[in-house]
Design a protein around this ligand. Structure first.
Ligand SMILES: [Fe+2]
Length: 431
């Protein structure tokens, strides 16, 4: 582990985000703004076991503050309803038995109105707590900040779950009207961003917030490698499809080929072909697939097969992090309102679109860093217990809040997952 000088540790501490009442209100309000276009019926439905109703997201993010902040901090705290403790527990077995995830869409009660009242109750208690002078510098501030970061994670899930839900409806409803797109641009150039390898420092550097799975900072030996300067485009994915990419087992991991066969995968999720060519479902309804935009809604297995077809490979998460470290977190995030990955501008030979647009699949299994210890208590269940059978994704998407991201951020999903805003950047060895 990298030694950290006391002074730099103190300095890093001061750079951590402080969960002020304003910051709390801003993030909580952003969740509700995302739900504003929804009817109560939209908010109640669940399209698959992996997804949750918007109403459940609204309630669960409140449950997090109630369970991990208000109950332990305020001895006189009275919950609005005792039943919510089980209904809105996601997976924290240390604090009870969660209501089964595949059945969240069956919870017609509490109503959306009651869930909104639950949020108001939690917000009132949290606002009082955040204003209390006793809060000081205590450990509780870290848990409140974790609750806000958790809420931002659910903001993205709310959108990806809703997209999956609306796609099940033959009416193909729009979540909201699309933001006007720029006129068509020429296909972006490609160049390889080379790195000579060597011993690299990986993991969070101590400045600002981080999740436990980004720590501790540690050393890695990297062989020389190169990353593509940009993301794989829809046009390139069509070439893969046209070359029999989905039917040729030589490109696929065995589990991946089985998943593709079982799922009938012939194109990215949400793609449909009609007389006018390929269309795809977006949060603004069906749209023509743009050849130059980044491909999206592909699984890790598809991404891996594409990379083999392209005579390349997926990046390691360490390679991605080394090239992203020190670069500004700029790009197409939820704040742009596009809610679709898009080709904005050609930035030449430097790696670009590292942040925003699509989460980038890596070939790295989601495992603990050397020296990792999950936090003590129930919050130790937040990340550590999922370190099996998942792959790491990096960089954030067009549905991620900009302030939520950093170079060391590790997202993770099973390699079969397709409903997240996931895409591909190629890598190769330098020999
Ligand atoms: Fe959660």
């Amino acid at each position: 582990m990298e030694p950290v000088h006391e002074e730099s540790a103190r300095r890093a501490q001061t750079l951590r985000p402080i969960p002020t009442p304003d910051r709390y209100a801003t993030i909580r309000t952003a969740t509700e703004a995302l739900c504003a276009p929804l009817s109560p019926e939209d908010a109640a439905l669940q399209s698959m076991p992996d997804a949750s109703p918007a109403k459940w997201h609204l309630a669960h993010t409140s449950w997090f503050f109630e369970t991990f902040v208000l109950r332990p901090a305020i001895p006189s705290y009275r919950p609005l309803s005792a039943s919510y403790h089980q209904l809105f527990n996601s997976y924290y077995r240390s604090v009870g038995t969660p209501y089964p995830r595949p059945q969240r869409g069956l919870l017609s009660r509490p109503s959306l109105e009651e869930v909104v009242a639950y949020r108001r109750h939690i917000d009132a208690c949290m606002t009082d707590l955040l204003a209390a002078p006793v809060l000081g510098e205590c450990e509780l501030l870290s848990v409140i900040e974790l609750g806000l970061q958790h809420e931002q994670q659910h903001q993205e899930l709310l959108l990806t779950d809703l997209k999956h839900l609306f796609f099940q409806n033959p009416l193909r409803p729009s979540y909201r009207a699309g933001v006007p797109r720029r006129k068509a641009m020429p296909a972006p150039r490609r160049s390889w961003c080379e790195h000579l390898g060597g011993i690299a420092r990986l993991g969070h550097d101590g400045r600002g917030f981080s999740f436990d799975n980004e720590r501790p900072r540690h050393r890695r030996l990297l062989e020389p490698f190169a990353l593509d300067s940009r993301l794989v485009t829809n046009g390139e994915w069509m070439a893969f499809m046209a070359d029999g990419g989905y039917e040729r087992p030589e490109f696929w991991l065995s589990d991946g080929f089985d998943a593709a066969l079982a799922g009938g995968w012939r194109a990215p999720l949400y793609w449909e072909r009609d007389d006018g060519g390929w269309q795809h479902f977006t949060l603004s309804g069906m749209q023509a697939v743009s050849l130059v935009d980044p491909v999206c809604h592909v699984s890790g297995y598809e991404a891996d097969a594409f990379a083999r077809w392209a005579r390349a490979r997926l990046p390691g998460e360490d390679e991605w992090e080394i090239l992203a470290s020190g670069r500004p977190v700029e790009g197409n995030f939820v704040e742009s309102g596009l809610l679709q990955p898009t080709f904005t501008r050609d930035e030449g030979d430097a790696p670009w679109q590292l942040f925003g647009d699509v989460w980038e699949w890596t070939r790295s299994p989601y495992v603990a860093y050397p020296g990792y210890q999950p936090p003590e208590g129930a919050l130790g269940e937040y990340n550590g217990k999922f370190m099996a059978n998942q792959w790491v994704l990096r960089g954030g998407s067009c549905a991620t809040p900009q302030s939520h991201l950093r170079a060391s951020y590790r997202n993770f999903f099973p390699p079969t997952a397709r409903w997240q805003l996931s895409g591909v950047r190629l890598a190769r060895d330098l020999r």
